[in-house]
Design a protein around this ligand. Structure first.
Ligand SMILES: Cc1cc2nc3c(=O)[nH]c(=O)nc-3n(C[C@H](O)[C@H](O)[C@H](O)COP(=O)(O)OP(=O)(O)OC[C@H]3O[C@@H](n4cnc5c(N)ncnc54)[C@H](O)[C@@H]3O)c2cc1C
Ligand SMILES: NC(=O)c1ccc[n+]([C@@H]2O[C@H](COP(=O)([O-])OP(=O)(O)OC[C@H]3O[C@@H](n4cnc5c(N)ncnc54)[C@H](O)[C@@H]3O)[C@@H](O)[C@H]2O)c1
Length: 463
């Protein structure tokens, strides 16, 4: 029994069925989850034309007219299937698994109470396991007047039906960067980012945020560091927003986006009925089983367990989880390597779809040092790789690899630059596979591709 039908929940059900069990998924909104309708898919649909326009602008001889925001918003609507989940429901039927539309809530061991949209209730008892896959929601900080001002969160900005003239953004993380760039590229005349710290994307290598900030400055996005909202005023819905800052004049905007992180969607799922604290991430072991629940029947995957708030990592956890549940149900060995999550704590692969793209896998230099590794780092200017130069004039980018000096394998890799997202999986294989540098040296990148960065990094290292 799976509560929450986002990418993680759907995949647990599919794997459990593949393993010979039956499965039911309950979702209170749309099957497909936040990712399909209000996160990954719409945000990337909005960003794609902005990225493409930037790419075209770097190639002499090509010009691109202004982006028609209306058509981009219409394509976004297509990408989210006009907020209709019948395609996903058909997919789940074909798994085959049962879909229950309604709100799920734990009601003691292996029991889930489902409240349907018409208010009717039923209780389902799972034979083997219950999986929490309820995701996360935007966290809104307790700034005076902020909630009352009804700001946009990721939910509203990805579903925007028009582009505000003046957009203010609180936050400097992934959602803030991607959506500031999307709205600015789609026509916002004044986009201002209020960033608490001293850089964008603080969890990434510092050069990534620096390159992004330079690109935003060139594009006319006003990024202000070391500041934030101390109070917010909006007299009525639809009116302009006034954001009071720690110093200087207040900022006025037509819309305000709050992108200051997430909180787990676990406050309403009956955690208290099984001895866990509502509203917290559900702590799990590497088989995705909730620790601290007697009987071992409760699991949590995806954003709900807080390991890595990324769709592909939630789906990976879901594959582990569905397979583990099936193995345990059948009394089969449940400790095989494929039945354990070994990817999450090494540093998940992630792509930030801005211009430049920022992507990384494994540990940053700081994280590797904190973990006690004896490391050496190498960096290289991506713009001086022939393949990158050929992509367009003024290509700016950088790559960095973190090497474990004791084992001579890569602990982490970061790329920043236009078109680097597709380089990431090679890095993921090298880091996850712990490919020795001496072996990696024989993986010859094609000329003239951006992948030649691999050769340059290894040469810089000394190979
Ligand atoms: C703007 C934005 C862009 C993003 N872009 C990317 C990206 O490009 N790549 C990437 O990897 N990640 C991205 N993410 C992160 C990604 O969206 C999440 O990691 C992912 O959606 C988590 O999947 P999930 O299945 O755990 O939860 P969700 O997708 O949040 O799904 C949870 C589901 O549970 C349901 N639910 C909740 N409570 C109940 C209940 N009590 N009963 C029944 N159903 C319930 C909800 O209705 C929802 O359908 C982005 C996030 C945001 C906000
Ligand atoms: N392309 C992608 O992979 C993608 C895209 C969007 C979101 N996501 C995922 O969704 C998650 C949520 O993204 P996010 O950008 O909301 O969170 P985040 O954790 O990436 O960034 C939050 C930002 O808000 C700042 N902040 C936190 N509290 C604040 C406060 N009270 N006042 C001012 N600033 C504050 C933080 O310093 C940070 O810069 C991320 O973990 C990310 O992995 C992924």
């Amino acid at each position: 029994m799976v509560i929450g039908g986002g990418p993680a929940g759907e995949n647990v059900a599919a794997r459990a069925v593949r393993g010979g069990l039956t499965a039911a998924v309950v979702d209170s909104r749309l099957l497909g989850g936040e990712c399909s309708y209000w996160a990954c898919i719409p945000s990337k649909a909005l960003l794609r034309p902005v990225e493409l326009a930037a790419e075209v602008g770097r190639v002499p001889g090509l010009t691109i007219g202004p982006i028609e925001a209306g058509k981009v918003l219409a394509r976004r609507d297509e990408a989210v299937a006009h907020y209709d989940d019948s395609g996903q429901v058909r997919w789940l039927d074909g798994v085959p698994a049962t879909f229950l539309r309604g709100a799920g809530r734990l009601d003691g061991p292996r029991r889930v109470r489902v409240t349907a949209p018409d208010g009717s209730e039923r209780t389902v008892t799972a034979r083997h396991a219950v999986v929490l896959a309820t995701g996360s929601t935007a966290a809104v900080p307790p700034v005076p007047g902020l909630r009352e001002a009804n700001p946009w969160t990721s939910h509203e900005v990805t579903a925007a039906t028009s582009v505000p003239e003046r957009l203010a953004v609180i936050g400097g993380g992934v959602v803030a960067c991607e959506m500031a760039q999307a709205m600015h590229g789609l026509g916002a005349r004044q986009t201002t980012m209020l960033v608490r710290g001293d850089r964008l994307l603080p969890r990434m290598e510092p050069f990534a945020g620096e390159l992004l900030a330079a690109s935003f400055a060139d594009a006319g996005i006003d990024v202000r560091f070391g500041t934030g909202a101390v109070a917010v005023e909006r007299p009525e819905a639809g009116a302009k927003v006034t954001i009071r800052l720690p110093d200087g004049p207040p900022l006025e905007a037509d819309e305000l986006l709050v992108a200051t992180g997430r909180k787990p969607a676990t406050s309403h799922v009956g955690l208290d009925t099984v001895g866990l604290e509502p509203g917290r991430y559900v702590e799990v072991d590497d088989s995705m089983r909730a620790t601290g629940v007697e009987g071992g029947w409760l699991y949590a995957v995806g954003d709900a367990n807080g390991r890595n708030l990324l769709t592909h990592m939630g789906k990976y956890q879901a594959r582990v989880c569905g397979d583990v549940i099936a193995a345990r149900a059948k009394g089969e060995p449940d400790d095989l390597p494929a039945l354990r999550d070994t990817a999450d704590d090494r540093g998940a692969p992630q792509v930030v779809f801005t211009d430049p793209q920022i992507c990384s896998v494994g540990r940053t230099e700081a994280a590797a040092r904190d973990a006690g590794f004896r490391i050496r780092t190498v960096e290289y200017d991506l713009g001086s790789v022939s393949g990158a130069y050929l992509l367009g004039d003024g290509y700016r980018g950088r790559a960095k690899a973190v090497v474990d000096e004791d084992r001579r394998v890569l602990l982490g890799v970061t790329f920043a630059g236009p078109g680097v997202a597709e380089l990431l999986h090679a890095a993921t294989i090298a880091v996850t596979g712990e490919v020795p540098l001496e072996r990696l040296w024989h993986a010859v990148p094609s000329f003239p591709t951006v992948s030649e960065i691999w050769l340059r990094l290894l040469e810089t290292y000394g190979l």
